[in-house]
Design a binder for this molecule. Structure first.
Ligand SMILES: [Mg+2]
Length: 301
């Protein structure tokens, strides 16, 4: 994937990996998934964890703000629950009928001569289901999802990179006991000068934590300096920028801090970044990106 400029110098393509968030990035916010997801999380907190519904708006906001996701926050403050049960409750009941195949995006992605990887906080079941409905299931070399960053059976994660199950599933939960003490984060922040440094830590690894993004890049053997990251979340964009990724904020034409580009819709990709197709006119034998990015993990259901 090299080309010569007018001075006869060989130019390297700028990117050899395109890293895509899934939800509200590869389909529009108007599907209603984000609101449905929020409501499902609230219902999970009431029905499964016994939390009083009246405290959920404030509690949910504090968890989301301080831990990145409500799930990560719930685990941090002491709630124990089965991750699969949480995901099936929160994602499994999304209005999938609102999601439609997107042949335009499919053509765009398939025409891009750069390896593409999904990086989502959601579980594998949701990621595969959403990609299948969108008709994008074969557009990506790999999915980095919740299970990738939060393997339950750590002993199966080998140091041998070839053995890593990037989209590996878990069949049972290691969380079998309920916590007896819950950290009252609402009371904590009602105190004057409440600090964030004394908050309990979460065991959940997820965006927007820079550590989570670095982990994902390491697992995928993805060089942040040569990767373009597509996201609808400003927080995730800013963390991505911190770890060295070039960033595209999707869903708005207004560039936020940390965003190198902004796209109202992922459909505007070719207009905004035509340079990504630089290798399209080269013969296939010259397109030599495949050995530059070690994203060989299969995208399996
Ligand atoms: Mg998103």
């Amino acid at each position: 994937m090299e080309s010569e400029n007018c001075y006869g110098q060989v130019e390297q393509p700028k990117y050899d990996c395109l890293l895509f968030d899934l939800d509200d990035t590869l389909y529009p916010y108007s599907t209603g998934f984000a609101d449905a997801c929020t409501n499902n999380i609230k219902d999970f907190m009431v029905e499964k964890l016994g939390i009083d519904r009246t405290v959920i708006p404030e509690l949910g906001n504090l968890l989301y703000k301080n831990y990145g996701t409500t799930m990560a926050g719930l685990r941090a403050i002491g709630y124990d629950f089965d991750y699969d049960e949480y995901h099936s409750f929160v994602h499994g009941r999304l209005p999938y009928e609102n999601l439609k195949p997107d042949p335009v995006l499919r053509s765009l992605l398939l025409s891009l001569p750069i390896p593409k990887v999904i990086f989502t906080n959601a579980d594998k079941v949701h990621a595969v289901k959403a990609l299948n409905i969108l008709g994008l299931e074969d557009c990506f070399e790999a999915i980095i999802c919740f299970e990738t960053l939060n393997p339950v059976h750590k002993n199966i994660v080998s140091d041998d990179e070839d053995d890593i199950q990037f989209t590996g599933s878990r069949s049972s939960s290691s969380i079998t006991h309920a916590s007896t003490e819950i950290f009252d984060i609402v009371a904590h922040f009602s105190q004057p000068n409440a600090s964030t440094s004394s908050l309990p830590k979460t065991p959940v690894v997820c965006k927007p934590s820079a550590h989570a993004i670095e982990n994902a890049l390491k697992i995928g053997k993805i060089n942040p300096q040569r990767t373009l990251f597509f996201e609808d979340s400003v927080r995730n964009i800013q963390s991505g920028k911190l770890v060295g990724l070039d960033t595209v904020l999707v869903g708005t034409s207004q560039r936020a801090k940390g965003a190198d580009y902004a796209l109202e819709s992922i459909h505007n990709l070719r207009d905004a970044l035509p340079e990504l197709w630089v290798a399209v006119n080269k013969s296939s034998s010259e397109v030599g990106y495949s050995d530059k990015v070690a994203v060989e993990m299969p995208m399996t259901a």
